[in-house]
Design a protein around this ligand. Structure first.
Ligand code: FAD
Length: 439
């Protein structure tokens, strides 16, 4: 393979390192994916280099797995069949910001894009709690929910992804520029439908965000507060998470502020919303125990923005001290949300440490959850997931590596499968991750 002039390596230690993500959160995936490794790593600087690498790979039928910040949780960028890991992190420039639309290279870190946009009066609408390490391309291809989701929904919500430039493995490989609904086929397909080289997303006007920690004597009270806050349309907000009393002691920066045995809500609200938030917290029996400037905290490497206790950072905070846990991903129903949360808490009082996040789907608000689970066996983990489903919660299985099995709908949308056939007829993009595709 001819890669002269392009940064690449066949060093075994480097390849092992570049073939991993955060799949080890799941004991099931750890068993299945440990030891998988690419044969070659390359880091292109521009679209021409991407196309050159793809031409070379196509010629020898070598699999190509894209890699951004490698913070994915389901082994999305672990190459199951070896081949080449295509590292996008050298393609990290913001390109333009016009009328609130940001275009950036796919390997740009989300924190850097937010900073760049803020200097121009705008900010990202949605980001994962890994904002300080994840890339925008990886968020589109491998994630899609997170901070901002209670106001703007997920990346799958129409309007949150405006377009992409994409390198294909057609004969010959080429760049497509697709927008609107036509860009859906790259949304959360784990890089199986092409290499995203640029992303276009809408921004929101920049706001002064506050991180606020509110403690509650019991969990149901905190849950009632969180939903009421989520529905309070007069308060501009980005995040509201609730944790049962076993979790705050793992949150180093704020643990001491939370009274022992208290549940916790973590909120991101605009400075202008603070008065209403204070009144609402008091009305629900909550006490504000910590507060900080969100934007200053995320810019300071020594500080922890509160979103780094939320979403899947909750699991990470616990894993730092206790390797005997894992997690689930689920979505509670729109009606009877809190009843469903309480039903699973009552069913699994010891093994499930509840953690919910308020989100909006199609204009309706509910809670998703990433509870921390005390792990014993894979069979027991499956029983707990079944228990959640019986209580009305939809499970998005975080312990599988294919798109279909991990989806709450257990399938890949037809347009994504059809698009894959077109842009990757040989099935070389991240093989094994889109289960319903056959070359
Ligand atoms: P990677 O892990 O590098 O890649 C993810 C997938 O996208 C892989 O399949 C890869 O092949 C593909 N890919 C990457 N770049 C491209 C590209 N340019 N073109 C095509 N395919 C590409 N996720 C959330 O959605 N919300 C959260 O709040 C969240 N919190 C997390 C917290 C922790 C502590 C951890 C470890 C993970 C969390 N995640 C979360 C998962 C993950 O961090 C995000 O999905 C993140 O956006 C992935 O970005 P990345 O750059 O690290 O992607």
């Amino acid at each position: 393979m001819e890669l002269e002039g392009i940064e690449h390596s066949r060093d075994r230690a480097l390849l092992r390192q570049k073939s991993r993500d955060f799949y080890w959160y799941s004991p099931v995936l750890k068993r299945q994916l440990d030891g998988k490794s690419a044969d070659l790593w390359a880091r292109p600087r521009n679209e021409d280099e991407v196309l050159h690498i793809l031409r070379e790979c196509r010629a020898v039928r070598m699999p190509v797995t894209a890699r951004g910040g490698a913070t994915g949780n389901y082994g999305q960028c672990v190459p199951l069949e070896g081949g080449l890991v295509l590292d996008l992190t050298a393609m990290a420039a913001p390109i333009s910001l016009t009328d609130g639309v940001l275009e950036a290279e796919a390997g740009a870190k989300m924190i850097d894009l937010d900073l760049w946009a803020r200097e121009r009066g705008w900010e990202l609408r949605i980001w994962p709690s890994t904002k300080r390490t994840a890339t925008i391309g990886g968020f589109v291809a491998g994630g899609g929910a997170g901070v901002g989701g209670m106001s703007h929904g997920t990346m799958r919500e129409r309007g949150n992804l405006l377009g992409v430039r994409l390198a294909t493995l057609e004969d010959p490989p080429r760049i497509l520029d697709i927008e609107g609904d036509a860009a859906n086929p790259v949304n959360r397909t784990y890089g199986t439908t092409g290499i995203i080289t640029r992303v276009r997303i809408p921004l929101a006007p920049a706001q002064a965000w506050r991180d606020v920690a509110i403690s509650f004597a019991d969990f149901p009270e905190a849950g009632r507060f969180a939903l009421a806050f989520a529905f309070a349309d007069g308060i501009a907000k980005k995040m509201c998470a609730v944790f049962d009393s076993r979790l705050p002691p793992f949150f180093r920066g704020i643990a001491d502020a939370v009274p022992e045995g208290h549940s916790l809500a973590l909120v991101m609200v605009t400075a202008a919303g603070m008065l209403a938030l204070r009144e609402m917290a008091a009305e629900h029996g909550g006490s504000i125990v910590a507060e900080q400037d969100s934007v200053a905290a995320e810019r300071d490497p020594a500080a922890t923005p509160f979103y780094e206790y939320c979403w899947n950072h909750t699991t990470l905070q616990v894993l730092k001290k206790d390797r005997g846990v894992t997690y689930l991903q689920c979505r509670f129903p729109f009606e009877g949300t809190l009843e469903s949360v309480e039903a699973v808490r009552a069913k699994f009082p010891d093994e499930v440490w509840m953690h919910t996040e308020c989100v909006r789907f199609g204009g309706r608000i509910t809670m998703t959850a990433l509870p921390v689970i005390r792990f014993t066996t894979e069979e027991r983990l499956a029983e707990i997931m079944a228990g959640f489903e019986a209580a009305g919660a939809g499970i998005a299985n975080a312990h599988v590596f294919t798109i279909e099995e991990g989806s709450g709908y257990r399938r890949v949308p037809g347009d994504q499968l059809g698009f894959k056939r077109r842009v990757d007829p040989l099935g070389l993009f991240n093989p094994g991750k889109m289960l319903s595709f056959t070359a």
